[in-house]
Design a protein around this ligand. Structure first.
Ligand SMILES: Cc1cc2nc3c(=O)[nH]c(=O)nc-3n(C[C@H](O)[C@H](O)[C@H](O)COP(=O)(O)OP(=O)(O)OC[C@H]3O[C@@H](n4cnc5c(N)ncnc54)[C@H](O)[C@@H]3O)c2cc1C
Length: 410
């Protein structure tokens, strides 16, 4: 029987092994860790947001690098197919806010158990503690895998499912990029994504732990607006994080590698400048004889009060009726546009995914097979594909895995 070797027992490798084995292939999955799916275990804060129950249009829209490449794979194995697979295998699912799909148990371990059970049922041969060091092709088209402890194994086809380079402690250390390069394939320079930002201004440290809901941000490179959206963000000891920022990083990551960008935060996006001024005036009118610092809490959460006071340039003890019109406008503009300098990205160990990877120009989009090396397939995050948060990155892993498993000829 012809053998298929899968290098990497993460989300993509595990699912691919099930579908390939169900087709009757002899499938050997090689995982360098002591267990499969270490990264999958930490996904969705331990709950595993395994896909998104959105329309195909939104699925494609969520992909930030090379969405067109995924057209065929997404239609071949849709988000509904992913949900059906897990439900048929006995995992109950639920859909939360924003279409995010989780196991009803809220335990990523149950997603992992389901995959492990399916692999066993399908007859996949799982080899743990098996780190592939080198991959080469013989003149007859078959492959030889060389392992770190010196062993060699042969295979008729190989799936490289080694992931990206984020959270390297889970085993994803970019080995697949090296394998691809050894075959003369092009790698799109990797960079962390879905990652927090470092900010220069010292005041962010005072705001550490503050989470802001219903704010809007704009990120600009000079006059060019790169990203604009509304939602939730978080201040940290180094800068900013939270859903809005992580999504922004998937658009701005590459630019931030080259230069600093400006982040403008609108604390009152629901109000126009005129409406906000009317609100400030009303508050000021009702508190004419109080000090500025005592009126500020009616506008902001406690942590923001001293920061906004300092940035406004209005003395904390100043009586409200002494505040000039100019000062009031300055305060208003600060609320509508608190500026920060984004100096860079946090590192791979805080990045949910890696942007970049094996160039999709080298890959057949219907099969995930290398155009240069017949029999060599790349699936999951090792490819130059990435999406925003919401279950979309795992859907990329599932869909590309299925495409390869369904296409591999033996
Ligand atoms: C903290 C965190 C939370 C996340 N949450 C979500 C979420 O909720 N929803 C979502 O959609 N996405 C989420 N992601 C992203 C998602 O986990 C990844 O996109 C996905 O796991 C990629 O799957 P993969 O199989 O391509 O790679 P991985 O899951 O990284 O698996 C690669 C596997 O290959 C093995 N390997 C590597 N090199 C070798 C080698 N040389 N020999 C043998 N084995 C090797 C590794 O040990 C690893 O097990 C999250 C990521 C992180 C870091």
């Amino acid at each position: 029987m012809a053998t298929l070797a899968i290098v990497g027992g993460g989300a993509a490798g595990m699912l691919a092994s099930v579908f390939a084995a169900r087709r009757g292939l002899e499938v050997h999955l090689y995982e360098k860790n002591e267990k499969t799916g270490k990264k999958l275990y930490i996904t969705g804060k331990g709950r595993c947001n395994l896909t998104n129950a959105c329309s195909m249009e939104d699925l494609l829209e969520s992909v930030k690098s090379n969405p067109k490449f995924l057209y065929s794979a997404f239609y071949g194995f849709t988000n509904q197919d992913a949900m059906d697979f897990f439900e048929k295998e006995g995992l109950e699912l639920k859909v939360e806010r924003g279409g995010r799909v989780f196991p009803v148990s809220d335990r990523s371990a149950d997603v992992l158990d389901t995959l492990r059970r399916s692999m066993k049922k399908a007859g996949v041969h799982i080899h743990l503690h098996s780190e592939v060091k080198k991959l080469r092709q013989e003149p007859d088209g078959s492959f030889v895998l060389e392992f770190s402890e010196g062993a060699k194994k042969e295979a008729d086809a190989v799936f490289v499912a080694t992931g990206g380079v984020s959270y390297t402690s889970t085993g994803s250390t970019g080995d697949g990029y090296r394998f691809a390069e050894d075959f003369g394939m092009k790698i799109v320079y990797p960079c962390p994504s879905l990652v927090p930002f470092n900010v220069r201004e010292e005041f962010v440290k005072e705001l550490q732990g503050l989470s802001l809901k219903n704010v809007s941000i704009q990120i600009a490179d000079g006059r060019k607006v790169l990203y604009e959206d509304f939602g939730e963000m978080l201040f940290t000891h180094f800068g900013v994080s939270g859903p809005l920022i992580l999504t922004a990083s998937s658009v701005c990551a590459r630019k931030l590698k080259e230069k600093e960008l400006k982040l403008t935060l609108d604390l009152k996006p629901a109000l126009s400048e005129e409406q906000l001024d009317a609100r400030i005036l009303r508050e000021f009118e009702n508190n004419r004889n109080r000090q500025f610092k005592n009126v500020l809490p009616s506008f902001f959460p406690a942590k923001l009060v001293p920061v906004m006071q300092k940035l406004s340039g209005i003395s904390a003890d100043k009586k409200i009726h002494e505040i000039t019109k100019e000062e009031r406008f300055r305060f208003l503009r600060l609320m509508k546009g608190l500026e920060m300098t984004v100096t860079g990205l946090r590192g791979y160990n805080e990045a949910i995914i890696t942007k970049g990877g094996v160039s999709v120009r080298e890959i057949n989009p219907s099969t995930m097979e290398s155009k240069k090396v017949p029999g060599l397939f790349f699936i999951g995050e090792v490819l130059d594909l990435d999406a925003v948060t919401g279950g979309f990155n795992l859907q990329i892993a599932w869909s590309t895995a299925y495409a390869a498993a369904n296409a591999v000829k033996m």
